[in-house]
Ligand binder design. Structure first.
Ligand code: GLC
Length: 424
């Protein structure tokens, strides 16, 4: 008799345990997160989300997308237009908010007090018609990476103008090649026909007094002599201080040349800082970062404002869990991890005072003023048309850099195309 009761109890306990297991499985959502694969972001993702998975019992799968933000945008726009419910969270570029806002959930209430811990300008950039359509996970502003060992060896200083950079890059490239460094290039950057070229070219033009393509009030300003002169200088680089192939480079190709020790200078975002100091990097400890040069006779360096956010799809079947993950990724805890592991610039103000970050990734506190003064692309004044505006701009610039058109003709035609696109 006693034995039977005992067995029943055992069975009862097992049943309760089984039941609670089923209950927690029923509430365990599987979140699908799509993000471009640049640097070590994909590799580090599991560790980044592990604390949230542990706390909630949900799981996240990252689906890696092409590194090009232009390609990502094209794909996401199609999925969202079709009401795709397979993707719960999109990692979104700072420029996309006005174009994709209608497809994303308003995150303001869910984020609560967290919103106030971020830089207000970044929150503002993700707010469309009063809705906070994406939460920032990091901001971006590029640097001029330079090889301190090579500058010292050749008695050169960090260039402060593009003209000076051209001369220094050529001088060191020639001298090193004469010593047998036949793979060394003076300067690598992003010349592919995509959004990254819009960023690079905006910097050349703006820092040469040529405006910012379309100004904040909507005026089309790109067809001007300073912009023409800036592009004429850059058009000399492919095949001289930069490989011909730079016209197909995105961020990762430039970093590849740089990190194997084959470039004197590189224009890239802060993510390349931590990777450049990694144990497998040929330039570990051999480089520094400076603000980008200016055009000769101009004193304002211009860094394009970049950055990434997380947005929850209106078509997600797992919205509650997805919102909770988005809030976690925008939190101080997750942003600190991204800062330490990927040298990404936080959007939370207090992390610029964090001692661990300052010690392990000194570029971060050093870059606070750079991103605060960074130049936005004209996504706010052009709203729904930004992607087309940028495509017209980078295509025109690419044709100049490839030698297909001269700068004055290309910018005059671009002005007409922009007028046609934006008139109504
Ligand atoms: C970086 C920036 C992003 C920009 C992209 C261009 O990822 O953060 O804003 O659009 O580079 O390649």
């Amino acid at each position: 008799m006693f034995q039977i009761v005992k067995n029943m109890n055992l069975r009862g306990t097992a049943a309760v345990a089984a039941l609670s297991l089923t209950a927690s499985i029923a509430h365990a959502d599987e979140i699908t997160y799509v993000s471009g694969a640049t640097g070590a972001a994909v590799e580090n993702f599991a560790a980044l989300v592990a604390p949230w998975e542990e706390a909630t019992g949900h799981t996240v799968t990252l689906v890696p997308m092409p590194s090009s933000t232009t390609d990502q945008f094209g794909q996401y726009r199609l999925w969202l237009a079709a009401g795709n419910s397979d993707v719960d969270i999109y990692q979104t570029d700072v420029i996309w908010a006005p174009q994709l806002a209608d497809h994303f959930v308003d995150l303001r209430d869910a984020a609560g007090d967290l919103v106030e811990r971020h830089f207000p300008s970044i929150i503002e950039s993700q707010t469309v018609d009063g809705s906070l359509v994406a939460l920032p996970i990091y901001t971006d502003a590029p640097a001029l990476y330079y090889r301190s060992d090579l500058l010292e060896k050749h008695g050169a200083t960090v260039p402060t103008t593009w003209e000076e950079l051209t001369v220094t890059a050529q001088m060191i490239q020639d001298a090193e090649r004469a010593e047998g460094q036949s793979d060394l290039w003076g300067f690598v950057w992003q010349g592919n026909s995509y959004e990254g070229l819009t960023c690079n070219a905006l910097e050349w033009v703006k820092s040469s007094g040529g405006g910012q393509i379309i100004e904040a009030d909507g005026a089309i300003s790109i067809n001007n002599p300073n912009a023409v002169a800036a592009l004429e200088l850059v058009a000399q680089w492919p095949g001289t201080i930069s490989p011909e192939g730079v016209l197909a480079y995105q961020e990762e190709e430039a970093r590849g040349v740089w990190q194997t020790g084959n470039a004197v200078f590189m224009r890239n975002w802060p993510y390349a800082y931590g990777l450049g100091n990694g144990d497998d990097s040929a330039v570990k400890g051999l480089f520094g970062v400076a603000t980008l040069p200016t055009g000769q006779g101009h004193d304002m360096s211009a860094a394009t404002l970049g950055g990434w956010n997380v947005a929850v799809s209106k078509y997600s079947d797992n919205q509650e869990a997805a919102i909770s993950l988005a809030v976690y990724l925008a939190s101080e805890e997750a942003q600190k991890q991204l800062a330490l592991n990927e040298s990404n610039l936080p959007t939370i103000v207090s992390l610029y005072e964090d001692a661990d970050i300052a010690e392990q990734q000194p570029i971060i506190p050093q870059w606070k003023d750079v991103f605060l003064q960074a130049v936005p692309r004209p996504s706010a004044p052009t709203r729904q048309d930004y992607n087309e505006v940028s495509t017209l701009f980078f295509s025109a610039v690419h044709s100049v850099l490839s030698g297909d058109e001269d700068a004055a003709t290309a910018l005059a035609e671009l002005e007409v195309d922009l007028e046609d696109l934006l008139e109504d």
